[in-house]
Ligand binder design. Structure first.
Ligand code: GUN
Length: 290
């Protein structure tokens, strides 16, 4: 029998902890953390993610500001907005929701964000610091994954851990966090050019599935007793939900779960943790200022 890793429960516990800290901080300083989010265009998934982030801010007592920009906004206009937010003393941290339209360089935008306000942890300064183990903002999804592993007391030391997918947002940073001192996993990062991928995944004791292909991980790729963290959140059309969409993970859950010791569901696993990690980073940014 497997244990379901309940990201919804853990995230609501952490939100309560953050709300308490915000109250205390407000009493001492008269301030509350303030997160701003820039949303370019009308991408459905991005709209949903950003609205969840804004709602989470309300739940813990943060101030939040949503800045909308047209899909047609120029790269310069967006960079100017980033510069404005960097200089805005009332804002502790901000994010620019990705993906951006093709005519805008995501790299340029990410590099323009002041590392001290980069609560997404995407700026190369923060990624570099994280890589060599210095204090930094850690990207929200990898940070949420590590928190789940910690709160469920999952042993990582010396474990054979396979990360599927090499994105800058999830796969690559989580592979670094899992191999760092104190976590001590033996990490293999596999991707679209990997040879014998299935064989490598089959040897994993811990699988982090972050490839963005629904149900990519099948039962015959998983050994008995494996821990699986499913980061996949592909939106597929559905006539069974109110919104008309449903989220699909990277793991064929129904067939894979019975072989696992621990597994995250989609939704309700990593997703809610990503948002609390962003809140944790924003609280940290705010505290660092005072
Ligand atoms: N797009 C998908 N995930 C993220 C995230 O964590 N932050 C931002 N800014 N954009 C994203």
């Amino acid at each position: 029998m497997y244990t379901l890793i309940d990201g919804k429960k853990v995230s609501s516990d952490i939100k309560l902890e953050i709300a308490e800290e915000v109250k205390k901080f407000k009493k001492e300083t008269g301030k509350v953390p303030h997160l701003a989010a820039v949303l370019v265009g009308n991408d459905g998934a991005s709209e949903t993610y950003v609205s969840h982030k804004v709602k989470a801010c309300e739940q813990v007592g943060f101030k939040s500001t949503l800045i909308r920009m047209e899909e047609s906004v120029s790269e310069k206009e967006l960079l100017d907005k980033v510069g404005e937010l960097n200089g805005d003393k009332g804002i502790d941290g901000f994010i620019v929701q990705l993906p951006l339209p093709d005519h805008i360089s995501e790299d340029k935008v990410i590099e323009a964000v002041d590392p001290e306000k980069d609560v997404d942890g995407f700026n190369p300064v923060n990624l570099g610091k994280m890589t060599i183990g210095l204090p930094s903002f850690v990207p929200a999804t990898p940070s949420g994954i590590m928190e789940l592993i910690k709160r469920y007391n999952i042993e990582t030391s010396g474990k054979n851990c396979v990360v599927i997918g090499r994105s800058n947002i999830v796969g690559r940073p989580v592979s670094i966090l899992l191999s760092k001192k104190g976590v001590d996993a033996t990490v293999t990062l596999v991707h679209s050019r990997t040879k014998n991928l299935e064989e490598i995944v089959r040897r994993a004791e811990i699988i982090i599935a972050a490839i963005g292909i629904p149900e990519f991980v099948k039962a015959d790729m998983v050994s008995e007793g494996t821990v699986i963290i499913d980061v996949g959140t592909t939106r597929v059309k559905s006539d069974k939900t109110k919104s008309g969409w449903k989220l699909k993970g990277d793991v064929d859950f129904d067939n894979v779960a019975p072989k696992c010791s621990y597994i995250t569901p989609v939704p309700g696993g990593v997703g809610p943790m990503t948002i609390v990690s962003l809140l944790q980073n924003t609280l940290k940014a705010c505290k660092q200022k005072y």
